[in-house]
Design a protein around this ligand. Structure first.
Ligand code: SF4
Length: 344
């Protein structure tokens, strides 16, 4: 189908779209609900299998609504860590990734917001892939729907895959609102996390969103000279902390700082002691991340992970430690796409 007129998101969020479908297609309003139920509840994406839809509705939906704009290119599973990495192909032949992690029976979907990423973080495979374009809100929603079809139930969503969500915020916002406000199977905003590497006005955008979505900030180093080296396009520390101040003043929610442990770069004594000060100032939660080494990128994982955890315990900082998962399936963000690109 070339350039369908409407997306599922248009149907969910824009009343006018529903009116148009009813008027243009002579479609009964309940047919739209049936169609959405097949997709959201039963995970059926093939109109021919939507048994209660009449011929007219099927024809109209197939010609006018974007259905499955992403195709699964490959699925890799790491059984030991219950991690699944899915490579998807867009209609214009780009590859994107999403990861599903299972913990205590709960599935967390990490999805992408852009194709590649303009932030160009040096330790990140996606940052090395380059940037192609923003994903549409519909492409984000279809990542969720495909994940739901694969694992039956998605419990949490983190927008932490390829891309910087705040550089594509209009689309991210529409995607989140469609998830939260659809009447068929609403998703709790409390189970959604947006992650940022630190871009201008992220706090203002979160405030404007007006939903209890969680925020996770990639701090990765408390020092500008290191941040510049590993995250050249992100805000400097004072700008980043100004954004945190604004966020805390307006939103009664705990911040999480993501902190990646890279050997000799982010795991030094000075770095960790400064991290503690910042975390304490904001009563923030710290998510320590074990660096997932990527072939062709010259950073190594830290050898001091345990020591750092002991220190954070001693300093009474609340933290979690995210161990490398999906190493066998190139689980680091963008790693599969990066590998394919390198070999082209
Ligand atoms: S770490 Fe995140 S923000 Fe940085 S390049 Fe990778 S995807 Fe982009």
């Amino acid at each position: 189908m070339v350039n369908p007129r409407y997306t599922l998101i248009d149907i969910i969020l824009d009343e006018q779209t529903r009116i148009n479908i009813i008027n243009q297609g002579k479609i009964k309003s309940f047919r739209i609900e049936q169609f959405l139920q097949w997709i959201f509840i039963h995970s059926y994406f093939d109109l021919n299998k939507m048994s209660n839809l009449d011929k007219l509705s099927k024809e109209f939906f197939s010609q006018n609504i974007e259905i499955l704009p992403l195709k699964i290119s490959s699925i890799l599973k790491e059984e030991e860590t219950d991690t699944m990495k899915i490579l998807l192909e867009t209609a214009d032949n780009f590859l994107i990734e999403m990861v599903i992690l299972k913990d205590d029976g709960r599935n967390t979907l990490c999805l992408s917001s852009q194709i590649g990423c303009p932030m160009a973080c040096k330790f990140c495979a996606t940052g090395n892939v380059g940037y192609s374009r923003n994903l549409s809100s519909s492409e984000m929603l279809w990542q969720f729907l495909i994940a739901q079809q694969l694992v039956k139930k998605v419990d949490n969503i983190v927008i932490m895959g390829m891309g910087e969500p705040f550089l594509n915020f209009n689309n991210v916002e529409r995607f989140i609102k469609a998830l939260v406000f659809n009447k068929i199977k609403p998703f709790s905003p409390r189970r959604i996390t947006i992650s940022t590497s630190g871009t201008k006005n992220f706090a203002k955008k979160m405030i404007g969103l007006g939903l209890p979505v969680k925020l996770s900030i990639s701090l990765h180093s408390p020092f500008d000279y290191i941040r510049k080296q590993i995250m050249p396009n992100s805000l400097n520390i004072s700008e980043l902390l100004n954004e945190c101040d604004l966020y805390i003043k307006n939103i009664d929610k705990r911040i999480t700082f993501e902190y990646i442990l890279i050997d000799g770069i982010t795991d030094t004594e000075q770095s960790i002691s400064e991290l503690v000060k910042i975390a304490r100032k904001y009563s923030a939660f710290v998510n320590l991340i074990s660096y997932n080494e990527v072939e062709g990128i010259n950073y190594k994982s830290s050898k001091k992970e345990k020591l750092i955890m002991i220190y954070l315990d001693k300093e009474n900082i609340k933290y979690s430690f995210r161990y490398k998962r999906g190493q066998k399936i190139k689980g680091a963000c963008g790693q599969l796409v990066w590998e394919r690109k390198k070999n082209q």
